[in-house]
Design a protein around this ligand. Sequence first.
Ligand SMILES: Nc1ncnc2c1ncn2[C@@H]1O[C@H](COP(=O)(O)OP(=O)(O)O)[C@@H](O)[C@H]1O
Ligand SMILES: [Mg+2]
Length: 275
Amino acid sequence: MRREADAMMTNAQATPDAGGTDCFLSLRGVTKRFGGLHALDDVSLDIRRGEVLGLLGDNGAGKTTLVKIIAGVYQPTSGEILCNGMVERITSPDRAHHLGIETVFQDLALVPNLAVADNFFIGREMTYDIVPGLIRILRKRKMETDAAETLKQLDIHIPSLRVNVDSLSGGQRQAIAIARAMRWKANLVILDEPTAALSVPEQNKVLELARKLARQGVAVIYITHNMNDVMAVTDRIALLYRGRLAGELLTRQTNQNEIVSMIMSGKPPASAQRA
Ligand SMILES: Nc1ncnc2c1ncn2[C@@H]1O[C@H](COP(=O)(O)OP(=O)(O)O)[C@@H](O)[C@H]1O
Ligand SMILES: [Mg+2]
């Protein structure tokens, strides 16, 4: 019930204007070929600030390929990407991070045998030079305070930031990965099947965090096969079918049955074609 109420509230706030100043990233005619296979074929899609975009499609439709292009893992074969209206080549994951694009993969990319606080700062550790250029120490206490502050802001409760991540539940780990994306001031957070392995209360927490990111003005791409999640968390849906963008819909203007048949057939519902 609560999820339905949330969905009604949040979806009502969706902004349907195409392009415009809300647009963080624009894909223009993006194509990706692996040998003779078109994993993505001429995909044009806007990704907007403050919006949760559901990226849907059957297995093999091209979702992960699209995400990897945005995350700088793959280069498109043709087409271009605009970031804040400027043509941008996302040539590496580092470049994506620099642009504020954070991807929370299903396996999360947390380091299991490191403490929560340390995971927040992998590759971006806070240090202090005792002897400049010679002796550098980690600012452990500062990193812990910083991580604690981020988790508090997102209302995430972790008993201790000194415990290793592998002692936490799946939901807690997912929450930490999302919080870490927030900590680094993400402009776009991509969540790839974030609730697949979680209990229902944990799933609700992750959905709540995705909404919270959007309310803070972050663009969110949410990949899922779970129709309840789609209805509860997304503002808009982009459907991939055999590498092509088969339709875009506002979530509040559709329903689960329409979405499922769209995923299977690759055709948007008649109501959307009229819109
Ligand atoms: N690295 C790769 N090399 C060759 N083919 C690939 C590669 N990655 C994906 N594909 C193919 O591209 C298509 C789209 O895959 P993918 O993006 O993983 O789909 P989805 O995430 O929607 O299930 C599939 O046919 C898949 O087999
Ligand atoms: Mg995939």
